[in-house]
Design a protein. Sequence first.
Length: 98
Amino acid sequence: MSTNEPVSVHLLDREYTVGVAPDERSSLMAAAKLLDSRMREVRGSNRMAAVDRIAVLAALNLAHELQQLRDEQHARNREVERTLQDLHRKLDGALGAS
């Protein structure tokens, strides 16, 4: 059983401390870096924008991208399944013909 350790991340120049398992630390740091980058993109030159609004919009953009990737993966999985079914039918036909 691993215990969480506190890790500090910076988002829009604000520090947040979160608990994370030691083997997930680098992944968390990469996620924080991505979120910080997206929040800065959303904020743009408007330095007065509310941080909570920036965070929500950045999260919505990331969630939308994630959903698109899931949809693409689902479509690929369906295509692979169709291809495997076709191959099974051909193999069954070939084995039945001999």
